[in-house]
Design a protein around this ligand. Structure first.
Ligand code: ASP
Length: 476
């Protein structure tokens, strides 16, 4: 090993050992006897091993999704074991710090990221007034199908109630607080104080904290459209926002490096609070998301496509097969775009120049699968926490999901950050992301396929209608 690498490695190991020791001692405090000292050392070892495995060992051998998946399984197992042996506070109060840190860091950049990516997405379409009928049709189709997707999501999650039955979490937490206050024991441990007061006081967005996401997205839509109409004059500002967009994505990439330990801590906490029956709840959740996505796929290919584009579902499915394969395996609608354009224009026969406009716009702003997924996930989390959602709150979720999907990047896992926005706008605890993040990759593959399907059906419909209009013009 090179000497410098070895020094960095040793320095990190020492820092982690110190952090682990502090957490271990705090978790076993007060150290009044031999048993407490041994317990403190055991906890420290546990924290140190967690840091070592998630920051050194796993990044060397596995990709990020696999690391997150391993974190989910081990976190669940340890959360359950620790609670079974009566050490639940170590998980909730101390290991929980890593989960809280992960969520707060995500929240810091997500709202500004949404702002700039919605703005750049809308401005990228160009001057809407100049696009004329083609632009209007495309935007109208995208908006309506996204709204249908969200409605399907709302229906399945409200009919199947995958999270109901686990809503004891909120009551448990409340009861715990009350009983601690009754007995005169200080109601907050050091770890809880760090999570509740210290971290949120430091890690918060200085400009957009507390802003309503819908307000931010609406303003971004307006400003993006206005910049596009300015043409050359608006270019400098647009370049500035595009650079900012890249900077925020870079921060997200940094934050994602701590995703495995964050997920590990969040899963351990969820298991220690909800118990092992949570695994069944999670399976129900996956089923609900997949059912919703399946229904939307059916509506797009078997109803909308033959009805509006006069293309048989079988021809559409056969033509799209390569794009389906790529989107499913990459979980990225942006990466799939060249294949999508080829499938829709060459294999299905839509007009190529129309595809070259409609599909890139779709890959930027039209995310049916993502919008549906965000809706189901948010309401599922509310069900798990036992938070009743009024019609007004569900409408808010509808609106935020439709608008937020406009700002989703077509890259793997983009929805995870967005979820914090939807949860915050419906007043659902953002920590709930920890309940669903472990199975995100599997669902990401499926929702990306639906995103690509939505864009492609749009392209064939617009192409068909433009061809119809051209035909009519020639005839007259
Ligand atoms: N992976 C999705 C896509 O590329 C976005 C998401 O995370 O929902 O379309």
């Amino acid at each position: 090993m090179e000497q410098r690498t070895f020094h960095t490695w040793m320095r990190n190991a020492l820092l982690w050992a110190a952090l682990a020791l502090i957490l271990g001692i705090a978790a076993a405090w007060p150290l009044t006897g031999f048993t407490q000292c041994v317990t403190a050392l055991a906890h420290s070892l546990f924290f140190f091993l967690s840091l070592f495995i998630f920051f050194v060992v796993l990044p060397r051998y596995c990709t990020l999704p696999i690391q997150i998946f391993i974190a989910m399984l081990t976190g669940a197992l340890l959360g359950w074991l620790y609670t079974a042996f009566g050490y639940a506070p170590v998980i909730t109060d101390y290991l929980g710090i890593f989960g809280k840190l992960f969520i707060l860091l995500l929240k810091v950049v997500i709202l500004p990221l949404i702002f700039v990516s919605v703005l750049c997405g809308v401005a990228g379409i160009g001057d809407v007034r100049k696009l004329g009928g083609l632009g209007a049709k495309t935007l109208c189709y995208y908006f309506v199908t996204t709204a249908i997707a969200v409605l399907i999501g709302l229906s399945v999650v409200n009919l199947l109630h995958p999270g109901v039955g686990r809503e004891t979490l909120k009551e448990d937490v409340q009861e715990q607080n009350v009983s601690l206050q009754d007995t005169g024991v200080p109601s907050e441990s050091l770890g809880t104080k760090i999570q509740k007061h210290v971290l949120p006081a430091i890690i918060r967005n200085p400009i957009m904290a507390g802003q309503s996401p819908v307000v931010v997205i609406f303003f971004a839509l307006l400003l993006g459209a206005a910049l596009a109409t300015l043409g050359k004059e608006g270019e400098t500002a647009l370049h500035f926002f595009q650079a900012l967009d890249k900077a925020f994505i870079t921060i997200i990439m940094w934050v994602m490096k701590m995703a495995p330990i964050g997920v590990f801590a969040l899963m351990a906490r969820v298991l220690s609070e909800l118990g092992p029956a949570y695994i069944i709840t999670l399976a129900k959740y996956c089923f609900t998301v997949l059912l919703g996505l399946g229904l939307h796929f059916f509506v797009l290919t078997f109803v909308i496509c033959p009805l509006l584009a006069r293309i048989s579902p079988w021809r559409f499915l056969r033509g799209m097969a390569p794009a389906f394969q790529v989107s499913f395996s990459t979980s990225s609608s942006s990466a799939t775009l060249p294949v999508t354009i080829r499938c829709v224009s060459k294999r299905i026969g839509a007009d190529e120049s129309i595809c070259r406009f409609v599909l890139p716009v779709g890959a930027t702003i039209n995310m049916d699968g993502t919008a549906l997924y965000l809706t189901v996930a948010s309401i599922f989390i509310a069900q798990v926490y036992g938070i009743p959602l009024s019609l007004q709150a569900q409408l808010m979720i509808f609106l935020t999901a439709v608008l937020a999907s406009v700002g989703t990047a077509g890259i793997p896992g983009a929805s995870i950050g967005l979820m914090s926005i939807i949860l915050a706008s419906a007043q659902i605890p953002v920590e709930g992301i920890g309940i669903v993040v472990g199975v995100d990759r599997i669902l990401d593959m499926s929702r990306t396929l639906i995103n690509v399907t939505g864009d492609s059906v749009g392209a064939v419909i617009v192409s068909r209608s433009e061809a119809g209009e051209a035909h009519n013009t020639h005839a007259t």
